[in-house]
Write a protein that binds this ligand. Structure first.
Ligand SMILES: NC(=O)C1=CN([C@@H]2O[C@H](COP(=O)(O)OP(=O)(O)OC[C@H]3O[C@@H](n4cnc5c(N)ncnc54)[C@H](O)[C@@H]3O)[C@@H](O)[C@H]2O)C=CC1
Ligand SMILES: O=C(O)C(=O)[C@H](O)COP(=O)(O)O
Length: 368
């Protein structure tokens, strides 16, 4: 019988594959060479590094990662060893969109700035970056896009260089995969050289992978006042993050931007479909849906900024930040025990000023 090892932090999957395979759920830190040696299939997350060290001598020929990113998979080793792998493209992109929009609105509130007067530079315009672009244009921001692989394939004039991003942006947000070498290398894309080019003392945001920003260089830039604020969800050396970088951040969270229940259930559904295709058995995945939110009606208070009130009622990153600041040593525990978070589409808004309704509907909210 097919044997499947599943990371026990992947939600909504228990019981679904059991009729078709022998399934074992294992804590990510215990998924080691011994655990995987008799497995045919692995369903993992970013915490399992799928490389020769893990896979040498294993029967495994199929790996599914319930995540967008796949830098934890040694893809060269997999193709050389006939191991097929699949990720979950787009699964949690709207969740990252919710995180970034909430953070931008908090910046606006805190500094009394008008986002619609600001320029945002988006580095990496794939599944996540495209959602950020949509949200930023909706609220009237000027958007600059940097994505060399897309610029090469599409029209170069729709994209700008990283230098132009550094010069013209008030806010810079990174949404690239982690690429360690080659022309499109993203490792330390934001380094001393980039930070010294900044012209407008911008706000830096990273919710892609920690290593895209040289964290020491960012700390130095913050001390020197080259950046006015920074927002980090992804860090170098997770879970052992820099305490000073944490304490100086405007928003600091433990790599949970993509942790909406919607995103998690999308990923699980994509994994079940992938296994179904691999073992050539029809497996129903349409019943994998996120739990209902704790409340589903939001009444916008009289006189409040309707956009900020609505978005923050669904998700306020300051709560995740408070937990991380209180217990940075619990970085991984905070991720493992993450609470229920739903995306905009799970909520109905009441008392909405008519002029903002089209924007809120475009974000996915239901309007009463
Ligand atoms: N913090 C979190 O919870 C989450 C983090 N992520 C991270 O965000 C990354 C982006 O996710 P997606 O948008 O789904 O990926 P994607 O693959 O759809 O898009 C990535 C984009 O980056 C572009 N790119 C590649 N190299 C580049 C370079 N050198 N400079 C500028 N652009 C470059 C690609 O052409 C592509 O358009 C993921 O790889 C993952 O690492 C994704 C989801 C959740
Ligand atoms: O999807 C990705 O890529 C991410 O970074 C995830 O949000 C991280 O997910 P886990 O590996 O913690 O499930």
């Amino acid at each position: 019988m097919t044997r499947i090892i599943i990371d026990n932090k992947i939600p909504y999957i228990k019981g679904i594959l059991e009729p078709y395979a022998e399934v074992e759920y294992i804590a990510p830190e215990k998924i080691d060479r011994n655990a995987v040696k008799d497995a045919d299939i692995l369903i993992i997350r970013t915490r399992t590094h799928c490389n020769a060290e893990l896979l040498e001598g294993s029967k495994c020929k199929f790996i599914g990662t319930a995540t967008i990113g796949y830098d934890h998979i040694d893809t060269a080793y997999c193709s050389a060893n006939g191991i097929l792998w699949k990720n979950a493209p787009g699964c949690n992109a709207p969740s990252v969109g919710q995180y970034i929009l909430a953070s931008l609105l908090l910046l606006q509130e805190r500094y009394g700035i008008l986002l619609r007067e600001k320029t945002i530079g988006i580095v990496g315009v794939g599944h996540v970056g495209t959602i950020i672009e949509k949200y930023c244009r909706l609220i009237g921001m000027n958007v600059l896009r940097n994505d060399p692989p897309r610029a090469r394939k599409e029209s170069a004039e729709d994209f700008v260089s990283l230098e132009e991003i550094a010069e013209k942006s008030d806010i810079i947000t990174f949404h690239t995969p982690l690429i360690k070498e080659g022309d499109d290398k993203t490792y330390h894309l934001c380094n001393n050289k980039f930070l010294n080019r900044l012209c407008k003392k911008p706000i830096i945001i990273n919710s892609s992978r920690g290593e895209i920003i040289d964290n020491t260089a960012l700390l130095d830039a913050s001390r020197k006042g080259l950046v006015s604020e920074y927002i980090l969800d992804c860090w170098e050396n997770e879970p052992h993050i820099s305490r000073e970088l944490l304490e100086r951040a405007f928003i600091a969270t433990p790599h949970i931007a993509g942790y909406s229940a919607d995103g998690k259930s999308n990923a699980t559904r994509q994994m079940v479909n992938a296994v179904s295709g691999w073992i050539k058995k029809k497996i129903c995945s349409s019943n994998i849906i996120p739990p209902s939110p704790l409340f589903d009606n939001i009444t916008i208070p009289e006189g409040a900024d309707a956009l900020t009130a609505s978005v923050l009622a669904t998700y306020d990153p300051r709560q995740d930040m408070a937990s991380l600041l209180a217990h940075p040593e619990d970085f991984e525990k905070l991720r493992g025990n993450y609470g229920l978070r739903r995306e905009f589409g799970a909520y109905t808004l009441n008392n909405c000023p008519p002029e903002i309704v089209p924007i809120l509907q475009e974000l996915g909210f239901n309007i009463q």
